[in-house]
Design a protein around this ligand. Structure first.
Ligand code: 5GP
Ligand code: ZN
Length: 135
């Protein structure tokens, strides 16, 4: 399942060249053109899924196994000090390319990047209400 209008479909399937770190029948791992840090890479499924919600369970499981393998290799080779996995769904969450991808972001002491959020301070009652909404 490819989408003719999707740039990540074209990259994942080799129609547009990329700096490829890994490839198998299901995935291509490429260097991000706008990296947060040295080595910032993206895991792209070769099939088109717009986001996490569309990802088949089997693909989702393989993505995390591949992320572990890549993070291990990249940490060793790049000698980074830590690692972020980031995955955005929806424009409000920062998604700009609507083909599922998992960011692999090596972190270095004093790399100047900040991947995070401003922590809130909900009461126990508020947490209980949220829990009851979700489950
Ligand atoms: P998102 O914001 O959707 O989570 O992440 C999209 C990522 O794709 C960004 O980090 C951006 O730099 C990267 N990107 C966008 N277009 C291209 C491209 O054509 N090639 C590569 N290698 N990365 C891209
Ligand atoms: Zn696509």
């Amino acid at each position: 399942m490819k989408n003719d209008n999707c740039i990540f479909c074209k990259i994942a399937n080799g129609e547009i060249p990329s700096k490829t770190l890994y490839e198998d029948e299901d995935f291509r791992v490429i260097l991000d053109l706008g990296p947060a840090t040295k080595g910032h890479a993206l895991i792209l499924p070769k099939d088109h899924f717009a986001n996490l919600y569309e990802l088949p369970d089997e693909t989702a499981a393989k993505v995390m196994q591949l992320a572990k393998k890549m993070a291990t290799q990249m940490t060793e080779k790049l000698v980074c000090d830590g690692f972020n996995l980031v995955q955005n769904n929806g424009e409000v969450a920062g998604q700009t390319v609507f083909h599922f991808h998992l960011h692999l972001i090596p972190r270095y002491e004093n790399d100047g990047q900040k991947i995070g959020w401003n922590p809130g301070s909900p009461s126990q009652d508020e947490l209980e209400e949220i829990k009851n909404t979700i489950v």
